[in-house]
Ligand binder design. Structure first.
Ligand code: IMP
Ligand code: MG
Length: 176
């Protein structure tokens, strides 16, 4: 068990399971984009770790860039999504694959889709390591999902509770 600020967390998903899920997404995307050089767009802060491990497994030509979005306050998602660092690259005609750490309500995803609608990309796809189907409120297709999880607050592997826990190599869930 670990303590972050005022809350306690218990082990939930091992580093091995995470790596397996990422490898599965890599295999699917390599296959779907075998004749392209996709641009992976990581959504900061949470996705830095999944993007890093994803890139190390992806063996074909590819590029990477990041944008920074923020919606969470404490352990709850808000509808007020802020774009803190924007896109600084021309993505016209490119195959863009957004890499998210987790999709919860889908508010951030909706904001991302609106943002990329303005770019004249060739393909737009979404990949997320974790997905909470019970919390998801949007009618949007998510192209690549690593691991589906119940509607519980998790930390580790890039995900934080008020800034802490991102450095944990495995995932913990809030102790009931
Ligand atoms: P959404 O906009 O509600 O889909 O939330 C997306 C963002 O909220 C993610 O990219 C995370 O940064 C954060 N988030 C969602 N669920 C969790 C969680 O269980 N733990 C930590 N952060 C989370
Ligand atoms: Mg995020």
């Amino acid at each position: 068990m670990i303590q972050l600020h005022d809350k306690q967390f218990v082990p939930f998903i091992s580093a091995k399971e995470i790596n397996f899920a990422i490898a599965k997404m890599v295999a699917q995307i390599e296959d779907d984009f075998f004749d392209e050089t996709p641009v992976f767009i990581g959504v900061l802060n949470g996705a830095f770790m999944v993007v890093s491990d994803f890139m190390k497994l992806y063996k074909k030509p590819c590029e990477v860039s990041f944008i920074k979005m923020s919606s969470y306050e404490g352990t709850a998602s808000t509808e007020n999504i802020k774009q803190l660092i924007g896109l600084n690259q021309d993505l016209t005609g490119r195959s863009v694959i957004v890499i998210e750490d987790i999709i919860d309500t889908g508010n951030t995803l909706e904001e991302l889709i609106a943002l990329f609608k303005q770019q004249n990309v060739k393909h737009f796809r979404v990949a997320t390591l974790f997905f909470k189907p019970e919390a998801f409120k949007k009618d949007i297709k998510i192209d690549y999902v690593g691991i589906r999880i119940p509607n519980k607050f998790i930390v580790g592997y890039g995900l934080d509770y008020n800034g802490l826990g991102r450095n944990l190599p495995e995932v913990y869930q809030l102790k009931e």
